[in-house]
Write a protein that binds this ligand. Structure first.
Ligand code: NAD
Ligand code: IPM
Ligand code: MN
Length: 350
C-alpha cells in the first residue's frame, strides 16, 4: 500500500491541496492519504509548527504533498514558533537538498504571462535550487549592543561537498534535457559563490557533453525576462533559487502554476511536493487560488516518488487541456473558483 502524507498548512494551502488530492483520487492508484497539521494551523492546535507527530507522519509516508505555511498572526512570534520553520524543518530533517522547480509555458497562457507571447512561448527550464544550505541554515542572530544599537546577521556558507552533490544533479539533469547548464551565483562579490563556481567548474570535467555557463544572479534576473528561452537547467543556491523561481513563475503566467519537488536524491521515498507559492493571506478563504501548482506538484510526486510517469503525464495533459479549453482562475485573467478549476482539470482527465 502506498501512503501519501497530506500536510495542507495555512491560508490557501488547504484550498489548493484538496484539489490536488481529488485529482490523485480520480486516478484509481490505490493510494492512502494521511493528513497532519503543519505551520500556523499546527502552532494554534498543538503549540508547534512542526509537531513530532507530523514529522513522524511525513517520515513514514511514501511521499508528502505539502500545501503552504505562513500566517500573519504568527509574524511576531519567536522565530522557532513561526509557520515557516515547519517547511524548513522538514527539508532539513528529511535531507531534501534537491529542489526541482520546472517552469514551462502551458499552451494558451501566453496572454497571462508578463512577457510578450513570442518571448514567453520559449520558456522550458528547470530551476534546480539547493535546499539544505546557504544563508537559510547558517548562524543567525538579532541582538542589541550595550549602546542600544541593534544588529541582525545571517551567515551565508556552503562547503564543497554540499555544492558538489547538487551540481552533480544539475549536470545529470542537463544530460537528460538539452545539455545546457547555467550556474547562477554572485562570485564577483561573495566568497560562498566563488567556492560554488570553483566546484562547479571542477566537476564539469566529468561532463564534457554539457555546455556549462556561469551567470551572476543580477544578470540572471534580467535575462529571465529578456530572453527566458536561453535557459535549460539553472543551477543555483538556496536564496537565489527562491527568488528566481518566483520571478520565473510570472513569466509563465502566474505563481499559481509552478510546482516543485524536494528530494534527497534523484527520486524516492519521503520526497516532498509543493507549489512554489505561499499561503497567500490576501486571497485565502475566497476561492480565488489557482490550484494548478498543487495539482502539478501531485504529478511530480507520481513521477519522482511513486514511479508512475504515465499517471503523472495524464495529470499534466489534463491541466493543459483545461487551460486550452479556457479554464482560468482570476490570477490567469478568468473568473473560476479554486474548486471549479479543479473540476475543469478532473473533467479533462483521460
Ligand atoms: P505568496 O506566494 O503567498 O503570495 C504572493 C502573491 O501571489 C499574493 O498576492 C498571492 O495572492 C498570490 N498567489 C500566490 N499563490 C497563488 C495562487 N495559487 N493563486 C493565485 N494567486 C496566488 O507569498 P507572500 O505573500 O510573500 O507570503 C505569504 C505567506 O506565505 C508568508 O507567511 C510566507 O512566509 C509564506 N510562504 C510559504 C511558502 C511555503 O509554504 N513553501 C512559500 C512562500 C511563502
Ligand atoms: C519557498 C518559500 C520558503 C523558502 C519559505 C516559506 C521558508 O519561500 O518554498 O519558496 O524561502 O524556501
Ligand atoms: Mn519562495
Amino acid at each position: 500500500m502506498t501512503t501519501i502524507a497530506i500536510l495542507a498548512g495555512d491560508g490557501i494551502g488547504p484550498e489548493v491541496t484538496v484539489q490536488a488530492r481529488r485529482v490523485l483520487e480520480a486516478l484509481d492508484l490505490d493510494l492512502t492519504f494521511e493528513e497532519a497539521p503543519v505551520g500556523g494551523a499546527a502552532y494554534f492546535a498543538a503549540g508547534h509548527p512542526l509537531p513530532p507527530e507530523t514529522l513522524d507522519v511525513a517520515k513514514r509516508a511514501d511521499a508528502i504533498l505539502f500545501g503552504a505555511v505562513g500566517d500573519p498572526r504568527c509574524d511576531a512570534l519567536e522565530r522557532k514558533f513561526r509557520p515557516e520553520q515547519a517547511i524548513l524543518g522538514l527539508r532539513a530533517a528529511l535531507g531534501l537538498f534537491v529542489n526541482l522547480r520546472p517552469a514551462t509555458l502551458y499552451p494558451g497562457l501566453e496572454d497571462a504571462s508578463a512577457l510578450r507571447p513570442e518571448v514567453a512561448r520559449e520558456i522550458d527550464m528547470v530551476i534546480l535550487r539547493e535546499l539544505n544550505g546557504d544563508v537559510y541554515f547558517g548562524e543567525k542572530g538579532y541582538r542589541t549592543a550595550a549602546n542600544g544599537t541593534r544588529e541582525g546577521y545571517d551567515v551565508m556558507s556552503y562547503n564543497e561537498a554540499e555544492v558538489r552533490r547538487i551540481a552533480i544533479v544539475g549536470f545529470e539533469m542537463a544530460k537528460r534535457r538539452k545539455n545546457k547548464l547555467c550556474s547562477v551565483d554572485k562570485a564577483n562579490v561573495l566568497e560562498t559563490s566563488q567556492l560554488w563556481r570553483d566546484v562547479v567548474i571542477e566537476l564539469s570535467a566529468d561532463y564534457p557533453e554539457v555546455a556549462l555557463t556561469h551567470m551572476y544572479v543580477d544578470n540572471a534576473a534580467m535575462q529571465l525576462v529578456r530572453n527566458p528561452g536561453q535557459f535549460d537547467v539553472i543551477l543555483t543556491g538556496n536564496l537565489f533559487g527562491d527568488i528566481l523561481s518566483d520571478q520565473a513563475s510570472m513569466c509563465t503566467g502566474s505563481i499559481g502554476m509552478l510546482p516543485s519537488a524536494s528530494l534527497s536524491a534523484w527520486s524516492g521515498a519521503n520526497g516532498l511536493y509543493e507549489p512554489i507559492h505561499g499561503s497567500a493571506p490576501d486571497i485565502a478563504g475566497q476561492g480565488k487560488a489557482n490550484p494548478c501548482a498543487a495539482i502539478l506538484s501531485a504529478a511530480m510526486l507520481l513521477r519522482h516518488s511513486l514511479e508512475q510517469p504515465e499517471a503523472a503525464a495524464r495529470i499534466e495533459a489534463a491541466v493543459s487541456a483545461a487551460l486550452v479549453a479556457g479554464a482560468r482562475t482570476p490570477d490567469l485573467g478568468g473568473t473560476m473558483t479554486t474548486s471549479e478549476m479543479g473540476d475543469a482539470v478532473l473533467a479533462a482527465l483521460v
